[in-house]
Design a protein around this ligand. Structure first.
Ligand code: UDP
Length: 238
């Protein structure tokens, strides 16, 4: 059997139900738009476990998502969606491309979260765009964008508090959204939520506990992901 879609870190498979897909987490890691590649044993399992617990928490908080259930160590069942070609990034502290773009030092704390949009395109390197670009490119309507912004800020509030309970600072993260295949009027949160797409710093030591360990060759990449999982497990259990 062939996957319906293979991305950098996941595969999507059809199921017997045309409105349900199986999402498989791979052990592949990529950075810098796919230029840097590696494989880490257990990465698929760790990201699946973390993402599943976080999706469960978000659902409990009333955030509509594509998530249905975990199938096994590296697979979940999700509602089929048409992914919006707009990625939504929320930033609480300066890091990554924000620092590159502005020259600001990493760690500057923003007075309010920054929400930004980029085009989901590996070919173009996910370029940063504003509302007017998105309107003219017909990637989303003004109403959709307002919804994405509001949803992303709500997720930021929920996850900021959640990760604080885990002893982690939620520095920034990327979200993807999709229209439900069986009801395209509904936009839900989709894709994974894991240390691959979130910057998480240990509240006490400031240590990076996310994909920056891979991007910057800091070592102990999976050890950090495993530590995040342990803390997430404690936070949802407690
Ligand atoms: N991010 C992501 N996928 C992308 C771009 C960004 O998951 O294609 C995440 C990234 O892990 C970080 C946040 O979004 O937590 C902000 O990333 P930034 O724009 O600083 O990009 P970078 O150049 O660091 O990938």
């Amino acid at each position: 059997m062939e996957p319906l879609y293979e991305g950098k870190a996941k595969r999507l498979w059809a199921t017997e139900d045309p409105e349900v897909l199986r999402m498989e987490f791979k052990n592949d890691a990529t950075a810098f738009n796919g230029e840097k590649k590696a494989q880490f044993e257990n990465k698929g399992r760790l990201n699946n476990e973390i993402s599943t617990l976080i999706y469960g928490y978000l659902e409990k908080e009333g955030v509509p998502t594509h998530f249905i259930r975990q199938i096994d160590a590296t697979n979940v069942e999700v509602h089929k969606v048409e992914i919006l070609m707009v990625e939504v990034i929320v930033r609480n502290l300066a890091a990554g491309s924000f620092c590159k773009r502005t020259g600001v030092e990493e760690g500057m704390v923003f007075s309010q979260p920054i929400v930004e949009f980029s085009i989901k395109s590996d070919e173009l390197g996910d370029p940063l765009v504003n509302d007017d670009y998105i309107r003219e490119l017909k990637l989303a309507t003004a109403e959709d964008l307002a919804f994405l912004r509001k949803s992303a800020l709500r997720v930021n509030e929920i996850l900021g508090g959640f990760f604080a309970e885990c002893g982690l600072k939620l520095v920034d993260f990327k979200l993807e959204f999709g229209r439900l295949a069986n009801d395209p009027s509904k936009i839900v949160l989709a894709d994974e939520i894991s240390p691959d797409g979130c910057r998480l710093w240990d509240l006490k030591s400031g240590e990076k506990m996310d994909k920056d360990r891979f991007r910057r060759d800091l070592g102990d990449v999976m050890e950090a992901y495993a530590e995040v999982l342990e803390r997430v497990k404690l936070a949802v259990g407690g």
